[in-house]
Design a protein around this ligand. Sequence first.
Ligand SMILES: *Cc1c(COP(=O)(O)O)cnc(C)c1O
Length: 457
Amino acid sequence: MSNSEAAGVERYVQLGREYTAKRKEFREKVRKLRFDTIAVHGMYSVEEAFAQGQGGIIEPLFPSTSQAYRDSDEMEAALAYRIPTWCYSRIHNPTIFYLEETLSLLEAYGCAFDASALCTASGMAAIKQAVEPLLAQDEAQSGEINFVSSAQVYGGTFQLFNVRMKERGAKVRWVSQPWAMKEWEKMVDKQTRFLYTEMPSNPQQACSDLQSLAKLAKHFQIPLIVDSTIATPALLRPLQHGADIVVQSLTKTIGSGGASIGGAIIARHDLTSRHLDDAAKADYAVWLKLWPARDSGPCMSPYSAFFFLNDLRTLRIKVEWFSQNTEAVADFLAQHARVEAVDYLGLKNHKLHELASRYLRLVDSERPAFGHLLSFTIKGGAQEARRFFDNLQRIFRATDLGRIKSVATIPAISTHQQQGDEGRRLAGIPANMVRLCVGGEHPDDIIADLDQALNKI
Ligand SMILES: *Cc1c(COP(=O)(O)O)cnc(C)c1O
C-alpha cells in the first residue's frame, strides 16, 4: 500500500473513531433514561433524524441490500471492520441497528455494565447462533463436550439441543426441575460449556433461581444463557441477576402485533467463558454479528425490524395490561368445575409463586407481575381437552403466544408433538393440557368464551 492510499484509509478510520466516540457518549446519556423513554426513542434522536436526511420522527426503514462507499479507501476501511459500517444487510443494516440498540438498552437497564444485541431471522436462529460458538471442538480437550439445560424449554429448543447439537457431538444434560439447584450442581463438570434455562418456560412456567445459577456458572467459568421471551425485559432482566446472555424470540410478546418472525441475542460485555477468546468475550453479540453470523447468514429482515421497533415502544404497558387480564382469567379457571388444575405463576398456590415473585417485577415499580402465559388441564383426558378447544369461538386456536389477541393451543399435539411421549413426560406436558395466552381484549369477553366452551365438553 502506498503512503497516499494509507493516508486516505486512515482519514476514514479517524472519522470513524470520532463518530463512534460520539455515539458512545450519546448511548451513555440514553442509558440514564427511564425504561419507557428508552423503549419509545432508543438511540434515534432529533439530531439523528436530521442526519438521516428527512427529519422523520420514527426510525427509517432501509430495505437496501448493500451500502455504497465514497471511494476505495472507505471501502477498504469498512471491509476490514475498521470503521462503523453496515456494508451488506446479511451483516448489518441501519434499521436493524436501531432495534439492536433499543433491545440491548432495555435488557441492560439498571445494570452497571453495558450490553450489545444481535438480531436474527427467528428466535430459534438466535438460540442456535448464541450456543454454537460455545460448543466448538477444542483439540486440547478430550472427552465429550456437554452443556446443561433445563428440560422445561420451548419445544424447538428441546429439539435443537436433543437432536441437532447431538449431531454436532455436543451432549445436552437435562435438568428436570430447573428450580432445584442440586440438580444443576450434579450435572456440571469440566466439559460443560454453558448453562441454559428458560424463565418462565413455555408452556410449563418453570422458573430458576437465576442468582444461584449465575453463581454456579461463574464458579465453572462458563456463561449462563437465559431465554426470557415470556417475561420480556418489562418483567425480567436476567443480565441484572448475573446471566451473561439473554435470548429472545421477538416473534412473541415483543412483537405482539403478530406481523413478523425474529429473534435476538443480547450479551453483556466481558462475559464469562473458558472457551471463547478475548475478542469474543469482550462484546459477544457484536463478535457474533461480524464473524460467525456473517458466515452462516441467519440475518433479520429490515422490514421485520421496522415492525418490531413499533411494537417495542409500548412494551411495558402491554405487559402490565396482559398480566392483569391473565390474572382475572386464571382466577376464573381455577374455580371452574371442568378444570382439573390451573398453572399460573400469579396464583398464590402455585409452587413457584414465591420464587417467581422475587424475579418477575414490573420494571420501574416494585410490583410483581406474571405475564400473559398460563396453562390448565381439563378434567378427563385428551378427548375432553380437544372438545373444549374446538368449541372456542373468540380465542384463536394457534401455536402462538404473546399476542394482542388471545390464543390457545394444545401443546401435546402442536408445539411438543415431535418430542414424543417420553420427551413430553420429561418436560411435563400431559395430553389434556391447554396453553392459553391472554391478550388485550376485555377479560370478561375472554372468560365468557372459555365458559361456553368448557360447558360444552
Ligand atoms: C417461540 C419461542 C422460541 C422460538 O422463537 P421463533 O421466533 O418462533 O423461532 C424460543 N423460545 C421461546 C420461549 C418461545 O416461545
